[in-house]
Design a protein around this ligand. Structure first.
Ligand SMILES: [Mn+2]
Length: 348
């Protein structure tokens, strides 16, 4: 068997029997929370960080009775977790596959082979499946594959090969699902966050933990959420402005809309131009805040992410995605992003 990616984790996992599980709001986060529930411990509650925000302050406080705080698939940089650890009484257990500066926790455990050793893990669900030694068949295999398909959906849709998708195909087969079925399940789960509906996400985790992908696909509430979210996405695509092309191979779109459709729209646009860098400037007119989302299927944006971070900017992302949060005028941040894209344009 392959080696355990985070050997230091075992003792803390064994000690916590009533964890509070906080997970990223996307399909990989939900699949990860469900795997933890099934193969580690029944949580005292599950929750997501404030949707769209990437900071330790967005992580909800553990409720009474929780004997650990577990944060899954939430790609904030290590130092943010060091800050979070100082603000809670329970041990903090972090499991992530985003390429960020690693954390050094004093009481808790930080499991992120991408941060620690530059390893590629296609999804947190895959990492968790391995770390927990979950069964390589049935519901657990299906959930491990679900997170991968959620995170790699743009590759799947563009017909671009990816080693993660091959692994997902194998696991999905063990669970009796096709990748297209998993894609549909991921889309339904992702509709919860697009509607900014946290109860919908709690519901999705419970259904996934109890009945896996099969349960997600058969669930009425998630089906309805997907229909409503689909309407929002169509609305967003119709309201979209652009593209402007401020540099060769960089396409900038703008959207003003009060719904969390940033990544859905960004992914759709990126799939249409797989060789380009797609940038979406999404403003929420009702708050004054918004996100600049950049995605490229052809290019690694990791160096861009690193350089923006070293400028002290609030930025998240992974290998092919960069997300900047703004308040008020997005102009200066967009400028900074375009500068770093130009600076790193020869990196494949
Ligand atoms: Mn993920």
């Amino acid at each position: 068997m392959t080696k355990q990616p985070c050997p230091g984790l075992r003792r803390l996992l064994d000690e916590a029997r009533r964890p509070f599980i906080v997970h990223h709001w996307d399909a990989d986060g939900v699949a990860s929370a469900a795997l933890a529930w099934r193969n580690w411990a029944e949580p005292v509650a599950t929750a997501v960080p404030s949707i769209g925000s990437y900071t330790w302050r967005a992580v909800p406080e553990p409720p009474g009775g929780a004997d650990a705080l577990a944060v899954l698939d939430y790609g904030i940089p290590g130092p943010e977790y060091e800050e979070l650890e100082r603000h809670i009484a329970q041990p903090l257990i972090v499991l992530d596959h985003h390429r960020v500066p690693p954390a050094r926790l004093s009481r808790g455990a930080y499991c992120n082979p991408a941060a620690a050793r530059g390893e590629d893990w296609a999804a947190a669900s895959l990492l968790l499946h391995r770390v927990l030694g979950a069964p390589a068949r049935g519901v657990d295999a299906g959930l491990a594959a679900l997170g991968v398909v959620g995170d790699l959906q743009p590759f799947l849709d563009a017909g671009k090969p990816h080693p993660g998708l091959e692994e997902a195909r194998r696991l999905a087969g063990e669970a009796g699902h096709s990748l297209q079925e998993l894609r549909e399940a991921a889309v339904r789960i992702d509709s919860c966050y697009r509607l900014l509906d946290e109860d919908c996400l709690r519901h999705a985790v419970r259904v996934a933990a109890e009945e896996g992908v099969e349960g997600i696909l058969g669930d009425q509430r998630l089906r309805e959420a997907a229909e409503r979210a689909n309407g929002l996405l169509e609305e967003a695509l119709a309201a979209l402005q652009g593209p402007e092309e401020p540099a060769r191979g960089v396409r900038v779109y703008r959207l003003d809309m009060d719904a969390y459709v940033t990544s859905a729209v960004g992914r759709r646009l990126a799939a249409e131009a797989p060789e380009a860098v797609t940038v979406l400037v999404h403003r929420f007119p009702g708050s004054r805040r918004g996100f600049i989302y950049a995605r490229s299927l052809a290019r690694s944006l990791a160096p861009v992410l690193q350089r923006l971070r070293s400028r002290g900017l609030r930025v998240g992302g992974k290998e092919h995605v960069v997300v900047l949060e703004f308040q008020g005028d997005p102009g200066p941040l967009l400028e900074a992003l375009l500068e770093e894209l130009a600076e790193c344009r020869h990196v494949k």
